[in-house]
Write a protein that binds this ligand. Sequence first.
Ligand SMILES: *[C@@H]1O[C@H](CO)[C@@H](O)[C@H](O)[C@H]1NC(C)=O
Ligand SMILES: *[C@@H]1O[C@H](CO)[C@@H](O)[C@H](O)[C@H]1NC(C)=O
Ligand SMILES: *[C@@H]1O[C@H](CO)[C@@H](O)[C@H](O)[C@H]1NC(C)=O
Ligand SMILES: *[C@@H]1O[C@H](CO)[C@@H](O)[C@H](O)[C@H]1NC(C)=O
Ligand SMILES: *[C@@H]1O[C@H](CO)[C@@H](O)[C@H](O)[C@H]1NC(C)=O
Ligand SMILES: *[C@@H]1O[C@H](CO)[C@@H](O)[C@H](O)[C@H]1NC(C)=O
Ligand SMILES: *[C@@H]1O[C@H](CO)[C@@H](O)[C@H](O)[C@H]1NC(C)=O
Ligand SMILES: *[C@@H]1O[C@H](CO)[C@@H](O)[C@H](O)[C@H]1NC(C)=O
Ligand SMILES: *[C@@H]1O[C@H](CO)[C@@H](O)[C@H](O)[C@H]1NC(C)=O
Ligand SMILES: *[C@@H]1O[C@H](CO)[C@@H](O)[C@H](O)[C@H]1NC(C)=O
Length: 670
Amino acid sequence: MFLCPFSGFCLLISCALYVAAVAPAGSWDAFNYAPRSRTVFPVQVVDSVGDVEVTVEDATNSMTLASQGSYIALDFLKEVGGLLSFTVDTASENTSLALSFSESPLFISPHQSDDSCNPSPLMNSDGAQILFLPAPSGKVMQTIAQQRGGFRYLTIATTSGDPVSISDVQVNITFMPHWDDLRAYSGYFLTEDPIFEDPDFLTKLWYSGAYTVQTNTIGPNQARSCPDTGGWNNSANAGPVSGPVLVDGAKRDRTVWPGDMGISTDTQRVSTNDLLPTRNSLTVMFSTQDPSTGSLQYSGPPINAHGSDTYISWSLIGAYNYFLHTGDLEFIRTIWTNYTYALDFLQSQVDNTGLMNVPSGFANDWGREGGQGHNSAANALLYRSLITAADLASELGDSSLSAAYLANASAVKSAFNELLWDSSAAMFRDNEITSLHPQDGNSLAVLYNITANASQNVAISEGLTSFWTPIGPLSPELSDTIIPFVGGLEVRAHFVAGQGERALNLLRQEWGYMLYTNISVQSTLLEGYTANGSLGYRGATGYNFDHAFTSHSHGWSTGPTSALTFFVLGLTLTGPQGSSWSVAPVLSGLQSAEGGFETSLGWFGVKWNVSSTNDFTLVIEAPLGTVGTVRPPSSADFTVDGESVSSTSMSDGHPAFRLEGGIHTLIQSL
Ligand SMILES: *[C@@H]1O[C@H](CO)[C@@H](O)[C@H](O)[C@H]1NC(C)=O
Ligand SMILES: *[C@@H]1O[C@H](CO)[C@@H](O)[C@H](O)[C@H]1NC(C)=O
Ligand SMILES: *[C@@H]1O[C@H](CO)[C@@H](O)[C@H](O)[C@H]1NC(C)=O
Ligand SMILES: *[C@@H]1O[C@H](CO)[C@@H](O)[C@H](O)[C@H]1NC(C)=O
Ligand SMILES: *[C@@H]1O[C@H](CO)[C@@H](O)[C@H](O)[C@H]1NC(C)=O
Ligand SMILES: *[C@@H]1O[C@H](CO)[C@@H](O)[C@H](O)[C@H]1NC(C)=O
Ligand SMILES: *[C@@H]1O[C@H](CO)[C@@H](O)[C@H](O)[C@H]1NC(C)=O
Ligand SMILES: *[C@@H]1O[C@H](CO)[C@@H](O)[C@H](O)[C@H]1NC(C)=O
Ligand SMILES: *[C@@H]1O[C@H](CO)[C@@H](O)[C@H](O)[C@H]1NC(C)=O
Ligand SMILES: *[C@@H]1O[C@H](CO)[C@@H](O)[C@H](O)[C@H]1NC(C)=O
């Protein structure tokens, strides 16, 4: 099922990333958005103007545009991206067609594509692509540079009054270039939502996130560049690697951004087990280190942005996440000198308060204001970097370095609580000189366990709801902004705080809006939006009020995919490749859930349900030779494989016990 085209790489690590296994088939497959074939066709006509004839049927289509200004708008029904081609049946000499592409139906136009290169208040930076036609007939194919990375709608317009007939309009998908079958997921998820009007919502959302990240996985020579002359060019180099890279979005920026990977790598882990693009993207970030300071870039080529402490942390944390899933210690060895140098760079900013004092030149992040100083999000990320660095150092056998990182982490944690905890609000402040309690810093604090005790987690989870609106939290860090990247961190924070029903309510509001709104693509996930649901995300802060610039397939918005696996199934890895694991389902008001994922050690699966008489049944499957910790949902007695089990009590009073790999059934009366 996998193509393994990088034989040097495969020899080196025995193709460990490419275990040919697919998740079990089941009713969940109906929710997989990935197309069956890499060649896709328009499915319906949404608009036609002027003297036109058009037929669109399954895999065949044909159309004639016969008058000046006539056009046809076609709908692929979901986000796609790649090389457009068609057959010219009749055309006169020197005729051309104008093609324009859009993710949102709001920007269907014969003159303009939505914007992928430059945000412009007139929403006209990309324009239409003019393709000259062979006369009297022949084939037209876009080049890699001409391809559109992400769109749902294609508009074809005549540029003259000469009649033109074309057929076989199709798109050859270019994302996931190293995969044969785009639907061959190695993970799955299924549940039924008893509250949302569409009971399949949570399952669809899981698959929507997975497909979004697939559309963000591109060949290394298919990054976006922006010609001075207008239009777009998707044949730029994304960095010094020869295989696929994981980038931020399908339409834009088609560039490596390590913060986005803080979410999208986890989506790969639970859905496709395809971590090669993450590895390549990390290689891009570590290879562009500044040799004189140790700082890493904010983004990869061709953008090559600088100046972000938080994104340096995301590169470090990303290396750990990659290692945890793959066990590829060889990769960590390769980057270790650069990795530790980058961590030194961050720590050199720790001042006598015990926290990093972010200089304004390094305050770039996911798009917020006030990131400089003793910023809470930046310091929570530093804490997580140190904790995960300690783990990697001990994997590499350097126990004294590991202990030193842990000691520094612990100092950051004390200072964080000392300086930033606001007991009257029961939340962390953004820094010690503001009264703002941020969505990002508070979510990260709970998620990364920088809180001193569990009651803080509960209080923060409650406090975060003060930002909620019916379509998602309005971030206090940036006006008029709903940002699903931070929302994805918040969802996890609610689960960590034991507030599963609240976490699912956040999904219903924020992702319930994104997945169903008819101003988006109803398949992949939006980069962000405003308080009234408009696409004018960051209009006043970088995007020039260009609503057409917003990406509709952004991996950083896919937090729910891994959150549903990690918390509703409750399945997480605690040791490399899943040599050790944990199962701790948060029932969240659901009646049942099932799913799982694989690593190179094999399949990890969880199925649970609650019967009408309130009996909880949990079936766990994990590879032989691995060992896990299981935490049943309540403190009542339970049996495993028909026998009562003596369990140890966790700090919060819940039982937990150790279980070897294999297939096991736990039953508990709730
Ligand atoms: C096509 O364009 C060429 C070059 O501009 C011109 O010489 C020729 O006359 C044009 N043919 C027609 C049919 O317009
Ligand atoms: C698209 O894929 C089809 C089927 O594999 C192939 O015949 C065709 O040449 C491809 N077109 C382009 C533009 O690559
Ligand atoms: C597209 O960009 C690439 C990389 O920047 C460049 O080499 C190439 O010439 C450009 N192609 C076009 C058609 O402008
Ligand atoms: C480490 O950084 C240097 C630049 O400082 C770069 O030349 C080198 O390729 C990087 N090493 C790795 C493994 O990325
Ligand atoms: C721990 O922090 C101190 C002070 O910031 C720093 O000098 C030291 O290098 C750090 N230790 C390690 C192992 O990074
Ligand atoms: C959270 O951090 C504390 C140390 O500050 C540690 O004892 C505890 O085990 C951590 N909890 C988790 C879930 O990692
Ligand atoms: C939890 O930690 C906060 C911050 O340090 C402290 O104010 C609070 O008293 C602690 N609560 C408990 C129950 O220990
Ligand atoms: C979206 O749905 C609303 C309400 O049904 C409708 O008024 C609007 O025209 C639709 N918009 C698009 C772009 O389809
Ligand atoms: C929604 O908000 C955007 C951005 O703030 C604004 O441009 C637009 O006018 C608003 N739309 C409505 C219908 O109020
Ligand atoms: C719950 O799961 C068990 C084990 O998979 C199964 O035998 C049982 O029929 C399920 N019960 C319900 C109510 O779905």
